[in-house]
Design a protein around this ligand. Structure first.
Ligand code: AMP
Ligand code: MG
Length: 495
């Protein structure tokens, strides 16, 4: 484990030519103090966190002191936001301090979110508020705990500085990390500014550092597109299976590594509602829960277009190859989703009827507003021995007779499985979480932090969410139904 000043940096992105980023220094936040550190990420970065709260080290963490080996930059990108193309976005409030080279776990971007103005801030103030920082900090770790690829966060820093949103809030910083923060929109930036040479450079960079197995491919651009299609399909299938709505699936928030990134107005489903819109500023439901797989395809099509000049063939050939690659998305997504949902139902073998059984359950859950996470967790205890009408689960439904019918069908399906009830319970409880980050949970931690400067619930939740498949008696209250007040929580893009 190294002290922060001993970390090794290898700033590969800053070695790319002008136009990929801007050199910029973080603007310190007044009264900065460490709110929470994530030991799991510290271990990944091989960082000793024992004295990070000391002012000289804290200054290094929040970019006030820039170490010799750091090369702070803001990355440049474009993106389709709610379907419309914006030619220049970029890190408007995030600054990458540098890339940490670890001895065991590869290379990690160390990025501060909320670090002040950059050349890409447009009308923004370059800041992030405590509320949204807590949400991202907890949710990225919750996703990781659920086994879903995501950016991670090392720590959160609070401050005395006021930041103006719908109301006055406190500014904060999140130390975010990922092997790379390159987005679909990074490719789009160069495509739409007609800088085809840079598309090739960016592609070579992404392949060299993140997909080295593609280096000798006959058409690396096509293979890169295909692997990103695959990873994106898999990531979105995981979102759907766990009931996660991202909320702002703009192409500038889509990672070329297939990581969940840029947590804003996200939400986990409480009651199952396929049309759930977590972002209150998403008036038309473009990013509604059940739209996410389609939006994934739209976003990948934008990426495909931006990669065309790197195909090294004539336009028609490139377009045809890209189209063929995109056609694989739907079947990949369906394959990943079906596999995950079969596992959630405890089905190890495959059967023609599986999709219909799942859909019948989901339809019933939607009609009766049944809690998604609680239903699947309790389904782990389903016993094929229960006589009809006795299933403890039936009280989650309004139409209990219809649930009984479904339960009969499900029990029949389970009878052709080799697993016993107890074996199935063990396997199912590894894929059906007890804990997700419900909005009200984040809100509980936020209110304590905002009103009482009490950050202990953040650490407790972090711990809990890192192990979401294990019942934890001390946190049984977070395993139950959300309280009624949670329906009043409103999350929007303002963060
Ligand atoms: P988002 O949808 O939060 O990922 O942000 C979209 C774009 O707006 C990105 O380029 C962000 O860097 C930028 N942005 C968001 N909030 C701010 C802010 N408070 N100050 C400056 N730029 C911002
Ligand atoms: Mg973003």
């Amino acid at each position: 484990m190294k002290k922060i000043e001993q970390l090794k940096f290898n700033n590969t992105y800053a070695g790319l030519p002008d136009g990929f980023f801007s050199h910029v220094r973080p603007t310190p936040l007044g009264g900065a103090h460490l709110i929470s550190v994530n030991p799991a990420v510290a271990e990944l970065l091989e960082l000793d966190i024992s004295d990070l709260h000391q002012s000289d080290r804290l200054a290094m963490l929040c970019g006030q002191t820039v170490l010799d080996d750091m090369q702070p930059i803001a990355q440049c990108y474009a993106g389709h936001q709610f379907g419309s193309f914006v030619p220049r976005l970029g890190d408007g409030r995030a600054i990458m301090l540098g890339e940490i080279q670890t001895s065991q776990y590869g290379k990690w971007d160390l990025q501060i979110k909320g670090s002040g103005l950059t050349p890409y801030s447009r009308d923004g103030d370059g800041r992030a508020v405590l509320r949204s920082t807590i949400r991202e900090y907890l949710c990225s770790e919750a996703m990781h705990g659920l086994g879903i690829p995501t950016t991670r966060a090392l720590c959160m820093i609070g401050s005395d500085e006021e930041v103006y949103r719908e109301q006055i809030e406190k500014g904060a910083m999140l130390l975010r990390t990922a092997p790379s923060h390159v987005r679909f929109g990074t490719f789009e930036y160069f495509y739409y500014s007609n800088r085809h040479e840079e598309i090739g450079l960016l592609m070579d960079y992404v392949i060299r550092h993140h997909y080295p197995e593609l280096q000798d491919a006959e058409n690396p651009a096509l293979e890169l597109l295909r692997v990103i299609i695959d990873r994106t399909a898999s990531m979105i299938a995981q979102w759907q299976a766990v009931g996660f709505a991202h909320g702002v699936m703009n192409t500038d928030n889509m990672s070329v590594l297939g990581l969940t990134m840029d947590y804003g107005p996200f939400g986990f489903l409480d009651a199952y509602d396929p049309g759930f819109i977590c972002n209150h500023s998403d008036y038309h439901g473009r990013y509604a829960f059940d739209q996410q797989p389609n939006i994934g395809l739209f976003n990948l099509s934008c990426l495909a277009q931006a990669l065309l000049p790197a195909f090294g063939t004539d336009v028609d050939t490139a377009v045809n190859a890209a189209k063929q690659a995109l056609e694989e998305y739907q079947s990949k997504y369906t394959h990943y989703y079906a596999r995950l949902m079969r596992a959630k139902l405890g089905l190890q073998s495959r059967h023609d009827d599986d999709q219909a059984i799942l859909q019948a359950l989901l339809d019933l859950m939607a009609e009766d507003g049944v809690d998604y996470t609680i239903l699947f967790r309790r389904l782990c205890d389903f016993s094929t021995q229960d006589s009809s009408g006795n299933h403890p689960l039936r009280d989650l439904f309004i139409h209990r007779d219809r649930f009984d019918q479904w339960a009969q069908r499900y029990a029949q399906r389970l009878s052709i499985e080799e697993n016993s009830d107890s074996q199935r319970r063990t396997v199912m409880s590894r894929v059906n979480p007890v804990f997700i980050l419900r909005n009200y949970m984040a809100e509980t931690a936020i209110r304590q932090a905002q009103l009482e400067q009490d950050y202990s619930e953040i650490d407790r939740m972090l711990n809990l969410l890192q192990d979401p498949f294990t019942e934890q008696a001390d946190y049984a209250h977070y395993a139950g139904f959300p309280p009624d007040w949670s329906q009043q929580i409103s999350v929007s893009c303002s963060s």
